[in-house]
Design a protein around this ligand. Structure first.
Ligand code: ZN
Length: 405
């Protein structure tokens, strides 16, 4: 998050002292080929190149879109798909995107200081994407509840509308000040961002001029990350968008459930409990129904001497139900069980009682493999599928013929 003051720079970086400048004129110094087109280097630029967790700006050089801006050999490189005809450039920064980055970035300085003061959590990294903003804080178990004090303090700093000032300090001046993060070594001057008397941090990014412009800081969630905690938050327009979306969701939930919004959680917990109870009841009823069906099947099974063969195709049975019914039926001595289901997908289950032969797995494989199906199991029970529904009657008929012959 530190500046580039120590680097040898040829381009004047307008954004460093004039972060609110949206357009500028410049001259092309040189160009290079790039995977996305070209890299264009200018004598000056208001485009911020990606660094310190803040993404590069977008916008236009004349009428050519700027796809990204990156640091290359100490200069901002503007990545564009085609070269401009003229070497004189009128540059325009995508201001909505840049101002969003300024809100998030300055908000991050404030939240980092607030977390340091409220719970001693030091910020070790900052991540800003189009969807999310987060910092990694070097303390574990930082719950959302524990960030409330820091969030409140951060928003007080916003209401106070403190000036955000960019300082360029000599090493001696820098050494005399108290920094949230130590200034880097090896630079002739240090660029510091001072927020009233609340925070001082070395940083090369772009920031708003006064904290009031951030509007709002909201911590959204915290998650364990390595040895510390990742704190996701939103500032400014992002926080408003987030609130708008979540409010819409809650209001839709209120409409669907027909309960006041402060009862939604309680109501959903009850719904979940009811769902579990009904699921269990449904399972019990299904099992009882399957056992009754099994008794009916036993009564009408084909018999040869002391051996009977139960063969049945169901229209809609899951593999688990088929297997459970087969196990139940095969509990009767002298019983072969040949079950199949058409839906939800063709399934076949063979089982036999312990007093019989042969291997059900071998028999199933013998019948399914030539039909493009697959199956597996043990001596007493096997299951498979992958055959056409129209093949099921023939598979069961052949198995029955084999077992009772
Ligand atoms: Zn910064």
């Amino acid at each position: 998050m530190f500046g580039q003051e120590g680097c040898i720079m040829s381009a004047h970086r307008i954004y460093q002292n004039s972060p609110y400048q949206k357009s500028f004129n410049a001259r092309i110094i040189r160009t290079e080929p790039d995977a996305c087109g070209y890299r264009v280097f200018l004598d000056q630029t208001a485009f911020y190149p990606a660094s310190g967790g803040q993404p590069g700006d977008r916008g236009f050089l004349n009428d050519i879109p700027v796809l990204d801006v990156v640091e290359a050999d100490g200069d901002p490189a503007h990545i564009i798909p085609a070269l401009p005809v003229d070497t004189l450039i009128a540059g325009t920064v995508d201001w909505q995107r840049r101002f969003d980055h300024m809100q998030q970035h300055t908000g991050q300085h404030i939240l980092s200081q607030a977390l340091l003061r409220s719970c001693g959590g030091e910020t070790v990294s900052f991540h800003l994407t189009e969807q999310t903003v987060s910092i990694d804080v070097a303390i574990p178990d930082l719950t959302l509840q524990k960030t409330r004090e820091a969030e409140a303090l951060a928003n007080e700093i916003i209401y106070a509308n403190l000036p955000v000032v960019t300082l360029t300090l000599s090493l001696e001046e820098a050494a005399a000040r108290s920094w949230r993060t130590a200034p880097p070594e090896g630079f002739e001057t240090i660029r510091g961002i001072q927020i009233g008397d609340f925070d001082l941090c070395g940083c090369g990014g772009t920031h708003v001029a006064a904290t009031g412009e951030i509007g709002l800081i909201k911590v959204q969630k915290t998650t364990p990350h390595r040895l510390g905690t990742r704190v996701q938050f939103a500032c400014g327009r992002r926080a408003l968008d987030d609130y708008r979306e979540k409010n819409l969701q809650i209001q839709e939930g209120v409409r669907i459930l027909g309960v006041p919004e402060n009862s939604i959680i309680e109501f959903m917990q009850q719904l979940q409990q009811d769902h579990f109870t009904m699921q269990k009841e449904c399972k019990d009823l299904t099992r009882r129904l399957d056992h009754m069906t099994a008794e009916t099947l036993l009564a009408k099974s084909a018999q040869k001497g002391e051996i009977r063969c139960i063969s049945q195709i169901f229209s809609h049975y899951t593999m688990d139900r088929l297997k459970e019914m087969a196990t139940y039926l095969a509990g009767q001595p002298g019983t072969y069980v040949l079950l199949a289901a058409r839906e939800p997908k063709p399934a076949v289950v063979f089982a036999r009682s312990a007093d019989l032969t042969p291997s059900m797995a071998a028999l199933l494989k013998q019948l399914l493999t030539p039909r493009g199906g697959r199956g597996g199991g043990q001596e007493q029970s096997a299951q498979g599928g992958g055959v056409a529904i129209s093949e099921l009657p023939e598979i069961l008929a052949q198995a029955e013929k084999f077992l009772l012959t």
